[in-house]
Design a protein around this ligand. Structure first.
Ligand SMILES: [Zn+2]
Length: 316
């Protein structure tokens, strides 16, 4: 490990840095079966329809998962069929949620900020026959660019004319804090710029929420601090049916299900992120609520597996 980490645990390599400029086609062996978009299609949760919007594959540099530089990590890379030196392509997903003719999004994808391999969520929304002008709200699990960047165009303007942004209050405070920004490593500055650009494009259309509140009918915030201070999952429930979108509890399921204590350098507070991950895994093993994620290729139920966990996919 040669990276120097800040108090926030972020490296100089960020999503806005050189990594995103890598072309996946040039680095991936073919066929690359495990790096698929969310394999499951739309699903009904009671009367709520949830449609995954695949934004693309992000080439995660291997050194973003420091624990992967280990015999166990090398084994997993081999098992995944990933190049030994990385990157690890991880899916980026946003989600459309429809209920009684109304439409909201959970996250918006990367938009123009992530290069050619990303930014496909807008196209996926149109392909699903959904009109961006009908989107009432974009529930942002946090303000990282692969979640919030799609809310604005390359020109920095809002692309959802009638949507409000719904974000945890703490999340906004963190990214808007000039003091924190000035102390953050240089490579992290792009994250601040991207978060602020999104908020600025929706003047008077940002709804800050606090804690485990209802975000929209049937959607409730699940605070998951650590990845970022105001990082949240979204519980979708109608009647006896429920499904949780846990956002960035994990970035590399193939590594973090067996090794839930492995964190990524994008976690603002890696210790807290690992605690939150452990708590969520524990809870969901007991509750057996199906899970989908911003960076999971499957939707499923979580079960214990030795000292770790695995996911049993559930079909649509
Ligand atoms: Zn993410």
């Amino acid at each position: 490990m040669t990276l120097r980490l800040s108090e926030h645990g972020l490296s100089r390599r960020t999503l806005l840095g050189g990594a995103a400029a890598l072309s996946l086609a040039s680095v991936l062996p073919a066929p690359f079966a495990w790096a698929q978009p969310l394999s499951a299609g739309p699903v009904m949760v009671g009367a709520i329809k949830v449609t995954p919007l695949f934004d693309g594959l992000y080439p995660l540099p291997l050194d973003i998962v420091p624990d992967a530089a280990s015999p166990a990590g090398h084994e997993l890379m081999k098992k995944m069929g990933a190049p030994a030196a990385g990157p690890i392509p991880i899916p980026v997903n946003a989600f459309a949620v429809e209920k009684a003719g109304r439409l909201v999004l959970i996250d918006s994808g990367t938009g123009a900020a992530g290069g050619a391999d990303l930014g496909k969520a807008a196209g996926a929304l149109a392909h699903a026959g959904l009109d961006r002008a009908k989107v009432e709200a974009i529930i942002l699990t946090h303000l990282h660019v692969d979640h919030a960047g799609g809310a604005i165009g390359a020109d920095g303007k809002a692309v959802f004319p009638n949507a409000e942004l719904v974000v945890q209050h703490e999340e906004i405070e963190f990214w808007m804090d000039d003091g924190i920004r000035s102390r953050a490593p240089q490579g992290m500055d792009g994250f601040f710029g991207a978060a602020r650009a999104v908020l600025a494009a929706y003047p008077k259309r940002v709804r800050a929420v606090t804690g485990a509140v209802e975000l929209w009918p049937g959607l409730t915030a699940v605070p998951e601090p650590g990845h970022t201070p105001g990082h949240m999952g979204v519980m979708i429930a109608d009647g006896v049916d429920s499904l949780i979108m846990w956002a960035d509890i994990m970035h590399v399921g193939a590594m973090q299900f067996p090794h839930p204590d492995w964190s990524v350098l994008y976690d603002v507070n890696r210790t807290q992120a690992a605690e939150t991950r452990a708590r969520m895994l524990d809870r969901l093993t007991v509750e057996r609520t199906p899970v989908m994620g911003s960076h999971l290729a499957d939707r499923g139920v979580i079960e214990r597996d030795g000292t770790g966990y695995h996911m049993v996919p559930v079909p649509a």
